[in-house]
Ligand binder design. Structure first.
Ligand SMILES: C[C@](O)(CO)[C@H](O)COP(=O)(O)OP(=O)(O)OC[C@H]1O[C@@H](n2ccc(N)nc2=O)[C@H](O)[C@@H]1O
Ligand SMILES: Nc1ncnc2c1ncn2[C@@H]1O[C@H](COP(=O)(O)OP(=O)(O)OP(=O)(O)O)[C@@H](O)[C@H]1O
Length: 335
């Protein structure tokens, strides 16, 4: 049996506030997560010998036991006592060390797929409990919709987000999440917010009542993002990342000189900006890439080689495999 080309979509953190720190050093967050169409693709073959093997196009060399897809498969075997195995092939498209949650999303897709392939019968809550042992973002991917996420990733409330598109800018640097969270200058005491504090901003965009502007140099972008337009939200990790990683700083400044206010996702290195439609996102990306290639010096500022890639993607309302697991409780005991 083979499951072909299963999607593992990336996420963006539309805002990310650090509101405290636990005794074990982990930080308490409040973040609005959404899924985007930039996805890895995973193919899984059933193995009857119980072994878990993998191949991956991830350029970074990591041991099998560190790969989140292997860890996810072993975790579900352990939790259910399943004696079946799998060969997992991961085609990476989501940049890693980028704040897009690619590894966590791969793990979530493997949990959803193996639960079905092996007929282990776990429900969503049970998969989410296993997912949290693998990474803080895994439960979000298993929940499968945009969400207000609190704690270190375990408190998840579904929220409505508008159908808009995104440009995701990948600076030429890989960032380790731990390096950002341990920085002494990190803001750790942002005020806590409630869903009602920001839901108005989301509906404002969803109603089509948006601020869009053709900039004088021809780049069609939302001039005021929903967040800067409303003055709501920020990414508390961004100041540390901009100070420590020159490539991110350069890309952010270059975009800013073009009137594009991009924001960091997660602990970076990716920055994102919003566009009203897929067409305006595509057009903006082409215009920005043309500017980059022309090597223009804009406002006395050089981009240099700091921008590695630009991804045009759509916001997703649902994880494509959301319905692969039941929400009903008590279908199987874990342990
Ligand atoms: C910041 C986010 O990108 C938001 O989506 C994620 O929560 C990060 O999740 P992740 O990449 O899975 O991070 P992990 O591999 O769990 O954590 C790496 C390291 O970052 C720090 N860390 C991570 C998450 C968190 N809430 N507080 C932390 O202090 C810890 O030092 C941890 O050892
Ligand atoms: N399947 C995988 N795909 C990508 N990275 C993986 C995978 N398994 C393990 N890793 C390890 O996890 C590290 C970070 O992965 P990933 O790119 O998913 O996180 P990130 O970009 O920091 O996103 P976030 O912090 O938002 O979760 C990688 O550098 C790699 O060492």
């Amino acid at each position: 049996m083979t499951f072909y080309d299963l999607p593992a979509p990336a996420k963006l953190n539309l805002f990310l506030h650090v509101v405290g720190r636990r005794e074990d050093g982990y930080h308490l967050l409040q973040s609005l997560f959404r899924l985007i169409s930039l996805s890895d693709s995973i193919t899984i073959d059933l193995r009857r010998d119980g072994r878990i093997s993998r191949e991956s196009t991830l350029t970074e060399q990591i041991a099998d036991e560190s790969d989140l897809v292997v860890r996810a498969a072993r975790a579900i075997q352990r939790a259910t006592g399943c004696v079946l195995g799998a060969h997992i092939h991961v085609n990476k498209r989501i940049p890693s060390g980028a704040g897009l949650g690619g590894g966590s999303s791969d793990a979530a897709t493997v949990l959803l797929a193996l639960n079905r392939m092996w007929r282990t019968g776990l429900n969503r809550q049970q998969l989410m409990a296993i997912g949290l042992t693998l990474g803080a973002d895994v439960p979000f991917f298993l929940q499968g919709t945009a969400a207000f996420v609190q704690g270190i990733g375990e408190q998840i409330e579904s929220v409505n987000v508008p159908d808009i598109s995104y440009l995701v800018f990948k600076p030429d640097v890989h960032i380790e999440t731990a390096a950002v969270f341990t920085d002494p200058d990190l803001t750790r005491d942002s005020e806590t917010v409630k869903i009602t504090d920001f839901s108005g901003c989301i509906n404002f965009v969803g109603s089509g009542n948006t601020v869009q502007n053709r900039l004088s140099d021809g780049v069609i972008m939302r001039n005021k993002t929903i967040w800067s337009g409303s003055g709501f939200g920020k990414n508390d990790l961004e100041a540390v990342v901009l100070r420590r990683f020159a490539a991110v700083h350069r890309v952010k400044s270059w975009l800013s000189t073009l009137g594009v206010e991009a924001r960091l996702s997660g602990s970076g290195s990716c920055l994102f900006a919003e566009a009203d439609t897929p067409e305006s996102a595509q057009l903006a990306s082409e215009e920005l890439l043309a500017k980059m290639q022309s090597g223009n010096e804009i406002s006395n500022f050089k981009l240099g080689g700091s921008l590695k890639s630009v991804h045009v993607c759509d916001g997703l309302q649902f994880h494509p495999l959301k319905d692969w697991v039941s929400d009903s409780l008590g279908s199987r005991q874990v342990g």
